[in-house]
Design a protein around this ligand. Structure first.
Ligand code: PNW
Length: 486
């Protein structure tokens, strides 16, 4: 087996606050838009909510012990904004009990020799900011409040946290939250989502996208100006996005469609953030005035916000087929059809336990190479994983076997190895999603992404076989340190 992962390549596991913590009203935490969304009637989350989730808030030490047991170098968690600033705003009171929880989490990692990676925003906007000014729909206010929140985190945790992720998946935040209305705050045009009572799918996602880009920029600029020198950490953002191949490889319009689809997924955020320039031309061409402009002041903020790495959340790939009709106003994919089978009938990958997720390690390799070529920053894979076929209906004894997941990890870490060795991509770490089965957002507690089985009745954790094997897979791919011996 070829070995090309650097000796200091980091293996970690990832989670997000609302998906695991529970304790939503404990010790002064304020509600977030996900608390509100999960308690709407009729339900939009399969009757599930994060009130208890995995009860991680009360089982912190046990969960950190799992990480240790799995040989983790790093742990990626997210901070619940409304746990530390219950009302969210830059003038609002700080909740010291919430700060204490994250101090215990961070110190608990360090005591176990695990490097903490903190995500500032994994989708749980304080509800008070949504009520006060529409949350992310107010581009000016939201970026100032996000900067205030980020500064508080740097001040209180930055002596020990040296790895920061500003936002998790701004594409999902904008599109699922404001175009399809599948995620909180559940806004969409009535014709798009009958369960949404308010929204405008043609305009709101693009406004929210700009708010997120500028919020990221303000947090990074603050870090660069006031914290970087003293604290010496690194900061980046985690972007999702599938890799797309043309549905018909002989059709030039499908080749363009595949590239355009990736620009709508990734270039939307990566061009302003990593290349410090306007949105991709294909987005301007299709969306025109509905895509906000960057002012001179915005551009200078983006230029002051150079960050350190590209966080890649990668799960699957698809085929793109061009459309000959005009794009509807509510289109957000670049006017393409997305398919899991190409023109010749080849499937993009094997089926997992979720319809949208197929295992496509060869295309993951292409994705890594493309992203590194375009944006030029070291890549950390900040999420990768899957549920096994049928796992949502399995008993614990069946689920912990997780043969499909073990193969998925093996294949995807192999793809990283090849992208580094043969395509020159720089990939510095890998976080499996997720440390444990948890609340899969609007899909509820059905899909299980964990390397640890969670029994939602007893909250007991049981390691799956994949948890124990990851350490070995990564070590086997690392370059040998001396004379070909590890
Ligand atoms: C990510 N899609 O979300 C999130 O960062 C996690 O919180 C989540 O649990 C995980 O992936 C698994 O879904 C995504 O439909 C949700 O393509 C949906 C998609 C992609 C990412």
């Amino acid at each position: 087996m070829s070995r090309s992962l650097p000796p200091n390549f980091q293996l970690g596991f990832a989670t997000a606050s609302y998906q695991i913590e529970g304790a939503v009203a404990t010790d002064g935490r304020g509600p977030s838009i996900w608390d509100e969304f999960c308690h709407q009637t009729p339900t939009r989350t399969k009757n599930s909510n994060g009130d208890i989730a995995c009860d991680h808030y009360n089982r912190l030490d046990e969960d950190l012990d799992l990480l240790k047991q799995y040989g983790a170098d790093a742990y990626r968690f997210s901070i619940s904004w409304s746990r530390i600033i219950p009302l969210g705003g830059r003038q609002d009171p700080v909740n010291e009990a919430g700060i204490d929880f994250y101090n215990r989490l961070i110190d608990g990692c360090l005591e176990r020799n695990i490097t903490p990676w903190a995500t500032l925003y994994h989708w749980d906007l304080p509800q008070a900011l949504h009520d006060r000014y529409g949350g992310w729909l107010d581009v000016e206010e939201s970026q100032l409040d996000f900067e205030g929140y980020a500064r508080l985190c740097f001040e209180r945790f930055g002596d020990r946290v040296k790895n920061w992720i500003t936002l998790n998946e701004p594409w999902i935040v904008s599109i699922f939250g404001y175009a399809t209305g599948i995620n909180a705050p559940g806004r969409a045009s009535q014709g798009v989502n009958p369960q949404a009572s308010e929204g405008d799918s043609a305009t709101e996602p693009w406004t929210v996208g700009k708010a997120l880009i500028m919020s990221h920029a303000r947090a990074v600029a603050a870090y660069n100006r006031d914290f970087r020198q003293a604290q010496g950490g690194q900061i980046g953002i985690s972007l999702n996005g599938d890799y797309y191949e043309p549905w018909d490889p002989k059709e030039p319009k499908d080749l363009k469609a595949a590239e355009r689809r990736m620009q709508f997924h990734i270039g939307w955020f990566a061009d302003p953030i990593f290349l410090r320039r306007d949105y991709p031309q294909c987005m301007r061409d299709q969306l025109g005035e509905r895509l906000p402009q960057f002012s001179e002041a915005d551009m200078s903020l983006l230029r002051a916000a150079e960050c350190d790495f590209y966080g890649m959340n990668y799960y699957t790939s698809q085929f793109a087929r061009h459309r000959s009709t005009l794009a509807p106003e509510t289109d957000f994919v670049g006017n393409v059809d997305e398919l899991q089978t190409d023109k010749a009938g080849n499937a993009v990958g094997s089926e997992s336990g979720l319809a949208w997720l197929r295992s496509c390690p060869d295309l993951f390799r292409k994705h890594l190479a493309r992203v590194y070529r375009l944006y030029g920053k070291p890549i950390y894979v900040t999420e990768n994983g899957c549920p096994c076929p049928g796992e949502d209906k399995m008993t614990r004894e069946q689920s912990v076997q997780d043969v499909y997941r073990q193969q998925y990890f093996l294949d995807h870490i192999g793809a990283i190895n090849d992208a580094v060795q043969q395509d020159g991509a720089v990939v510095a770490g890998y976080f499996a999603w997720s440390l444990m089965d948890n609340l899969e957002w609007s899909d509820g507690y059905g899909p299980r992404f964990g390397v640890t089985y969670t029994d939602y009745d007893t909250l007991e954790r049981t390691p799956k076989r994949s948890a124990a094997m990851l350490r070995g897979i990564v070590d086997a791919r690392k370059v040998s340190s001396i004379n070909g011996k590890v």
